[in-house]
Design a protein around this ligand. Sequence first.
Ligand SMILES: [Zn+2]
Length: 334
Amino acid sequence: MYSACSGKFQSPINIDMKDVLHVKLPPLRFEGFDEELEDAILTNNGHTVMVSPKDEDSDDVKVKGGPLKGAYVFKQMHFHWGMNDSLGSEDSINNQSFPMELHMVFWKESYGSYEKAIEHKDGLTVMAFFYEITMNTNKAYKPLISALEEVKGNHSNKHMEDLPALKKLLPQDRVHYYYYQGSLTTPPCDEIVTWIDFTESIPLSPDQVNQFRRIMDQNHRPTQPVGERTIWFNVGPGELIMPYQQESSATTAASNKLSSLKDCKEIIKISYFQLSIFGWNILSILAVGILITLKRNLRNGMLNPSPSHEYATVPRNNATKPIFSSLKQLPALA
Ligand SMILES: [Zn+2]
């Protein structure tokens, strides 16, 4: 019925940290996240519980920057969970699942509406946040979780006026994230989503998570094949872009992942930067070597004009050794 659900860019996926490519992107910018969501609707749509702004045409809440080209407008947020604490999230990291996951869905503003945006490959972005179980109650979630009691029936909803600002529902670290191209995780599974998975988890108490399980047992889709896709990891300002840690698997992963021109361009950017630094190092070493050689030649020439003496006193190997030892440190650029 939904042929798109068997495509090659499906979500969710498992993110294997050793296979991700590190990048440093411009900061994500969050607009309207400091304002309280005064008029929102909480809906049980039979698949999940969802919070959406009452004024669906409102473009007060937006996200820009990072891997996104243009602004994306907030549509709704919803939750995925599992029967017990060992599962529930949709994406997993190193095959580890989390007990719950939040999806905040945004549509690309330049397409004019959500309905038009979903006709385009870059129509949606979903910001995903994982939850972890802690002993403390997360106070910011109290209004939302108390209201779950009133949307137990399928297709029931409730008007909410007491939700806190969105940023209070989210972790503080919104700099470190994975991103990749994927799909909606529910039918029709359209492959139109830029997924942004943040690394810092949101804490909830065991009782808070159990309140979601009272709505339905579970609602998470199993992970789908990553295939030829690249998964990127954004490092923070001032942090180093780490090359692949494991050379053999990295080389394989890198060759597998050079699947599109866009990916190549990103890698060339990083490699160009590393090559420039290496090039300057080589030039500096050569310059110092030449200066030392000239100085010694000059001194020796003044003391003894014999050309054979030149070779005896100028330690060629020593002059070139730093160059070759630097070459060994050259990171794999392919
Ligand atoms: Zn979802």
